[in-house]
Design a binder for this molecule. Structure first.
Ligand SMILES: *Cc1c(COP(=O)(O)O)cnc(C)c1O
Length: 404
């Protein structure tokens, strides 16, 4: 490489749908990253809840390297050992009986929605096509998933949206009860809204959705793309709610940084996805499956999951300490290592202003909407990195307060 890429190359060569920070990280290890200038950062962003074991975790690096020397890709004309092992592992550790593998969260949700529609069509007929989802929800960027998602701005300007989709207020069971009917095909919900602002569902809400779906023979779909694979403190968040979905989507942490997604379902529903109904060239890719298998086996252990709960408490304590000094947050909430701090009224809409200040101080963080500072670090982030990251965050927040 004779040319050293710079941030201005982004504006020159990439379509302008993103606006990345000025710094370009070139190397990562655990929860630390280094940029082109050798500046070091602590990573509370985790690639948006993807790098569940931090950067270059030896378990994942070894799984990738071992598989890289054996077999990368076959297509679905053949199956392969890593894909079969990943599917068996997910079935053995969850409610599911059957798995569809793909490469992203949006694809996992696309598969979930198509499966629900086809199942309803096969078992009840054409009229049963209504999908209920929630305002502020996020389910991906394919055209079906932005339409089901509850942020209209993501679907606007792309032509006619698919029909049969209704949005209700999150955590409002009565609103859903009024919308439910025998034409309801499925209810799709995030057990905790991620992009929408780190909003956990009330247990009674999810229990109520389960009961309504049973009553109307509709399918309950949990989008656990962001909450899944240890992020919430259990393998999947549904396990803490004690509410079992009919279909569940997973991605993000599932590959720990390698692109992979999965849709899980039961023997009652899976047959609707008969030969030829759906597919994906990369779905079940051997490299992706080998990495995901290693990630799930490593994360779904008492050591890692207990560690998530301990770190959750630490994050909360640090944020509360910062808030006692600076009074910038109204509420600190979340599950496991998906944590949101909602800005106080005086700082309404200013969450994103913290990000460049944090980068200046050597910390990567996230927002979830305009008003929530979001953190989704590695599930195994060392406690020393939490303390140092919080010291940097406090300096960034002190600068925000001083700039008032
Ligand atoms: C990120 C996310 C998606 C989309 O996943 P992609 O891999 O970007 O397609 C879907 N649902 C939720 C809840 C997410 O957080």
């Amino acid at each position: 490489m004779t040319h050293t890429p710079t941030r201005s190359d982004f504006d020159q060569y990439m379509v302008p749908n993103y606006s990345p920070q000025k710094t370009i990280p070139v190397r990562g290890e655990g929860s630390r990253l280094w940029d082109q200038e050798g500046r070091e950062y602590i990573d509370f962003a985790g690639g948006i809840a993807v790098n569940a074991l931090g950067h270059c975790h030896p378990v994942l690096v070894n799984a990738l390297k071992a598989q890289a020397d054996k077999l990368w890709h076959l297509s679905n004309v053949y199956t392969n050992e890593p894909a079969l092992e990943l599917a068996r592992t997910l079935v053995e550790r969850t409610f599911a009986d059957k798995v569809f593998l793909c490469s992203s969260g949006g694809e996992a949700n696309e598969a979930a929605l198509k499966l629900a529609r086809r199942w309803a069509y096969n078992t009840h007929g054409e009229h049963k096509d209504k999908i209920i989802s929630f305002r502020q929800s996020f389910h991906g960027r394919t055209f079906f998933t932005v339409s089901v998602g509850g942020q209209p701005k993501y679907a606007q300007g792309f032509g006619p949206v698919p029909g049969g989709i209704i949005h209700a207020e999150f955590n409002d069971l009565e609103a859903v009860r009024e919308l439910m009917g025998d034409d309801t095909c499925a209810v799709m919900v995030e057990p905790m809204q991620g992009e929408g602002g780190i909003l956990p569902a009330d247990p009674e809400f999810l229990q109520g959705l389960r009961a309504l779906c049973d009553e109307h023979d509709a399918l309950l779909i949990f989008d656990e793309v962001q909450t899944g694979v240890g992020r919430s403190g259990t393998l999947f968040a549904y396990m803490q709610y004690g509410v079992t979905p009919d279909i569940l989507s997973s991605a993000k942490s599932l590959g720990g940084g390698f692109p992979v997604g999965a849709m899980l379902t039961t023997d009652r529903i899976a047959p609707a996805m008969a030969i030829g109904t759906h597919g994906s060239t990369y779905g079940g890719n051997a490299l992706a499956s080998a990495v995901a298998l290693a990630a799930v086996e490593h994360i779904d252990t008492p050591e890692v999951l207990e560690g998530v709960k301990r770190r959750h408490d630490l994050f909360r304590e640090h944020l509360e300490t910062i808030n006692r000094k600076h009074g910038v947050f109204k509420e600190i909430r979340g599950m496991g290592l998906l944590i949101g701090a909602e800005m106080a009224d005086e700082y309404e809409g200013r969450a994103k202003d913290i990000l460049p200040l944090a980068i200046d101080e050597g910390l990567m963080a996230l927002v979830a909407g305009p008003n929530v500072l979001r953190m989704a670090p590695s599930l195994v982030i060392p406690e020393a990195d939490i303390a140092e990251g919080m010291a940097r965050l406090e300096r960034a927040i002190a600068r925000l307060v001083a700039s008032e």
